[in-house]
Design a protein around this ligand. Structure first.
Ligand SMILES: O=P(O)(O)OC[C@@]1(O)O[C@H](CO)[C@@H](O)[C@@H]1O
Length: 356
């Protein structure tokens, strides 16, 4: 189970306004409203990918009720703390003539100390059945900027993976609490490390710096993918992942969907939080026998003699290929891989021993 935390949930209003100009009156040609906030968007994508997920956070007033009802109508499990003040509405204006988007986010409701206490209790209770908690988005007024950091420390004690995507002071505190992954966008990352990035070298240095600040892994999203410093079989690995450009459906929440896809793939794998090797420029190549050319099994596990394997959570859940699964793995050499591909990706072919 993955839990997503959205302390400043919103109704996202997206307006399509051709030839949008400041200081003028416009009429929309299209408009949509959707329950949002970064954690809610992550939950929606995880649900679409078939991952068990619960969305939590604060929801207040009629807008809060609307957020909860909309999530429920989308069959997204949710358990929000109801607060006295009204949840916010965020507005994005999209101009189809030039593709530009202008976003205006409200600050959100004032949350009281007792409402924060209720949330803390709820999260720590839910986390007992969770593999991962994703903290995403801004904090509403009244919430201590240290809250994410405090919860990350608590969750580390429960052995729960923590992912943080926020900005400003909450991000600075959170990264020092040693989360498993920190995942800001470029602007948020520049603010965190304290300098601007002019080229890819600066961006690569930045993900390394974020790791030095405390995060075990750092992933910085950019327009065409991400820069990442992650653990590969226990070793740190720097990666530049490029994603093929696609026709955008909506610009709001693209980074949240990216994070959900990446983490949804990682949660089922027993060790580390590996990036799928899709279109990665990595230090080591992909084995030529690879049918899909993108995946390989966990190193060491396939080579360990039978009977001496450490039990893994994923294997216990029957999520990885085992001895005798030739038909499933399509392994040409007869060696059985332990496939750690992300869900939804065909089972990886064999990665012979010692070929790395
Ligand atoms: O004000 P925050 O919490 O930083 O961001 C909120 C927000 O802009 O982020 C999402 C897109 O990433 C939207 O659903 C939402 O309105």
């Amino acid at each position: 189970m993955i839990i997503t935390v959205t302390l400043n949930a919103a109704i996202d209003k997206s307006l399509s306004v051709p030839n949008f100009r400041l200081g003028r009156r416009h009429r929309t040609v299209e408009q949509t409203t959707l329950a949002g906030g970064k954690g809610v968007n992550v939950a929606r994508t995880l649900k679409t990918l078939g991952q068990p997920v619960i969305a939590t956070g604060f929801a207040g007033g009629a807008t809060g009720t609307r957020i909860v009802e909309q999530l429920t109508s989308e069959s997204i499990l949710n358990d929000f703390v109801r607060i006295r003040e009204e949840s916010r509405t965020n507005t994005a204006v999209h101009d189809p003539t030039n593709g530009q988007q202008t976003e205006i986010n409200e600050r959100g409701p004032r949350v009281t100390a007792s409402e924060v206490d209720l949330f803390r209790d709820k999260l720590l209770y839910l986390a007992r059945g969770a593999a991962m908690v994703v903290f995403a988005g801004s904090l509403p007024p009244g919430v201590d900027p240290d809250l994410y950091a405090e919860l990350i420390r608590e969750l580390r004690r429960l052995d729960v993976v923590t992912i943080v995507d926020t900005d400003g002071e909450p991000l600075r505190h959170a990264v020092r609490a040693e989360p498993t992954v920190v995942s800001p966008n470029v602007l948020e990352a520049e603010e965190l490390v304290g300098h601007e990035f002019n080229d890819d070298e600066d961006r690569t240095i930045a993900v390394r710096e974020m790791r030095q600040l405390g995060a075990r892994e750092a992933i910085m999203t950019v327009a065409d993918g991400c820069f990442a410093y992650v653990e590969e079989a226990g070793e740190p690995a720097l990666m530049r992942v490029r994603i093929e450009p696609r026709e955008p459906v909506a610009a709001v929440g693209a980074g949240d969907a990216f994070l959900a896809g990446l983490r949804g793939g990682a949660v089922r794998r027993p060790v580390g939080l590996r990036l799928p090797r899709l279109r990665c420029r990595v230090r080591r190549g992909v084995h030529p026998a690879s049918r899909c050319g993108t995946h390989r099994p966990a190193q060491g596990r396939a080579a360990r003699p039978r009977g001496r394997r450490r039990p893994s959570r994923a294997r216990g859940r029957g999520l990885v290929a085992r001895q005798g699964d030739e038909a499933a793995t399509g392994c040409p050499s007869g060696r059985r891989p332990v496939c750690l591909c992300p869900p939804g990706v065909p089972v990886s072919p064999c990665w012979p021993r010692g070929s790395r």
